[in-house]
Design a protein around this ligand. Structure first.
Ligand code: NDP
Ligand code: CA
Length: 314
């Protein structure tokens, strides 16, 4: 069993924690595309003003930098240049890879396609290589993408592989099959570039832990675990499967069609060479509020996941 501290109870200041080259703090978040959130999602209880870009952008930046993550993996990014500019002032560098036919570009007043992005702290990490992938389903390109970076921790020379993705949305047996196929293609893509480096795989997989893709990822030859599941330390839970130990929700929203509260976002990691120290807990139901999210407090319908890893030392 891993000994875990919840991130929100850490006594050390952020800057002190991340200055250690054996510590790696990773943030995963579907930030909610501005075009989709405002025009497509049909959030029933969220005031229009809370969805305005001028309101959301400060909340998004605040949440991205609050815990000083070394690595930021985000999805539904349709304001990459804004994020690059602001995060640049905070010491981050980043890369963006758009979806080939993003639904955003069909929306009036859009700001370009949405896609995945990775930012990394430039004083701690060097970018050695970046790779992109349009995920294939049965050898045919889909509309979902992945972005991979090989990063080197400057002080120790330790190399790591970071990958992020946003898989096909919507419910149903066919869609869950398609996601599983995307997951297989994603693992092949990662296997081609990762070698034996520690891997951190973050994303919005649009799949609950009961879906086939969850098992596919954990059964891969890379030896993956799910950070939030493996961080659950209560004695009885140790006997439960990984899927049963996931948080109760990573997204919680009320659309015209009804309320949706489930876990579809994950931070997967190679168990051999990364050790989990802590995760940031999801906000409580009370903190979230009866109208759920997005809201004036939480700018996305997904919550951010933050995990502290130890790397390169036993
Ligand atoms: P996905 O299935 O991957 O979903 C696209 C986005 O829709 C995701 O960001 C997803 O968010 C969001 N979403 C999921 N459920 C809902 C919901 N109930 N209401 C509103 N938004 C939701 O889409 P693809 O990229 O594969 O594109 C296909 C979709 O986009 C089709 O529905 C198609 O109609 C539309 N499209 C239209 C085009 C056009 O107008 N010509 C062109 C291209 C696409 P999350 O991951 O957070 O759930
Ligand atoms: Ca969405």
């Amino acid at each position: 069993g891993v000994k875990v501290r919840k991130l929100n109870t850490l006594t050390k200041a952020c800057s002190e924690y991340i200055s250690n080259p054996y510590n790696l703090r990773v943030l995963q978040w579907n930030i909610l595309s501005q075009a989709l959130g405002q025009m497509n999602d049909n959030f029933a209880k969220c005031p229009d003003e809370a969805l305005a870009w001028n309101v959301r952008r400060y909340l998004i930046i605040e949440e991205l930098i609050e815990y000083c993550p070394d690595i930021i993996c985000i999805q539904e990014v349709d304001h990459f240049n804004f994020l690059r500019h602001v995060l640049g002032t905070q010491g981050y560098k980043g890369m963006f890879f758009p979806k080939p036919d993003s639904p955003c570009i069909y929306i009036n007043g859009n700001n370009g396609p949405d896609g995945c992005a990775i930012f990394y702290r430039n004083d701690k990490l060097d970018l050695l290589k970046a790779e992109t992938r349009i995920l294939e389903i049965w050898k045919v390109q889909s509309n979902q993408v992945a972005l991979l970076m090989i990063l080197k921790i400057k002080e120790t020379g330790q190399e790591i592989c970071v990958t992020t993705t946003h898989l096909k949305a919507r419910k149903g047996p066919l869609l869950s099959t398609l996601r599983n196929e995307q997951g297989k293609d994603l693992m092949h893509f990662i296997e081609r570039h990762c070698d034996n480096r520690p891997l951190i795989l973050c994303g919005d997989f649009n799949a609950e832990p009961t879906e086939p893709i969850y098992g596919t990822l954990l059964a891969s030859s890379l030896g993956l675990g799910s950070a939030y599941a493996d961080c659950d330390t209560t004695d009885t839970d140790a006997n439960l499967t990984s899927a049963c130990r996931e948080p109760a929700y990573t997204t919680w929203k009320i659309r015209g069609e009804g309320e949706v509260c489930h876990t579809i976002d994950y931070i997967f990691y190679t168990k051999d060479n990364l050790e989990i120290e802590a995760v940031l807990e999801m906000p409580s139901e009370e903190e979230i509020g009866e109208h759920r999210v997005p809201s004036f407090s939480y700018p996305s319908d997904h919550f951010s996941l933050v995990c502290d890893f130890r790397v390169g030392r036993c």
